[in-house]
Design a protein around this ligand. Sequence first.
Ligand SMILES: [Zn+2]
Ligand SMILES: [Zn+2]
Length: 284
Amino acid sequence: MPRLIDTHAHLDAPEYKGEKFEEVILAAKNAGVEKIISVGCDEETSLRNVELSSIYKDFIYATYGFHPHNAESFDFVRHTAQIKERVKSNSIVAIGEIGLDYYRDLSPRGVQKEVFLKQLAVAREADFPVIIHIRDAFEDFKKFTDGIDFKGVIHCYSGDAEFAKWAVDRGFYISFTASITYPLKAVYKMAGKTSRSVYEVIRNYEGFDSPVPASMLDLFSCVPLERIMIETDCPYLSPQNLRGRLNEPANVSAAAEVIAAIKKTGYEEFCDIAFANAKRFFSI
Ligand SMILES: [Zn+2]
Ligand SMILES: [Zn+2]
């Protein structure tokens, strides 16, 4: 069975409370998921993930960070100190998720910027990796981080090929969720009819036009294998064939299947590379 890491889950989510939690952990293990990075979005969720990581040692790893949606609740003194303390005690593996979200604009953009840059400064000072959330804010992200050197992964990638190329040149990793399965409705339909896997349908497709959109092929041609990570961002973003159901780390293979087929590598080979990338990035 291929080795999988879900590099971005929210195991603190209320959807996993109670008995459900152990079910989700067991399903992940049965699916070959060996490690899960459980990502914080504010004080409460970050501290919950730190707690989970101390219970599920070497299986769940925590991060601490304020999501742009929660930027207004960031206390520059109290929360900066908390992040520094977690970095120092090695109880987290990254700072995040932090960034800019102009799609939902749940915090004023000026506040998002200040809170993002403050957390980024803490990460740089400690030479610590950062999980970045960017939605509809790619130009400002480029502008605000111009000349700032840091170790980052752009999670749940939603940008185009051009930005991906820029990010790779800057040394960033790029992480993909099952949102990359959404433009592939036709592929999933074909797979369902023939009982072949999505991976096989993409790999062995012989029609004139590929069922994979050209923009996706362009995007993946700009991202080398050694910079790719995979994630679920669960409980959100279930894969195409499970839409409407609760997402969980066991489903991280959906993104892997699609990327492996587009990059024309073996499925297991791709999972091994993505596993090694995540281990290297998070030093786990
Ligand atoms: Zn995010
Ligand atoms: Zn997230």
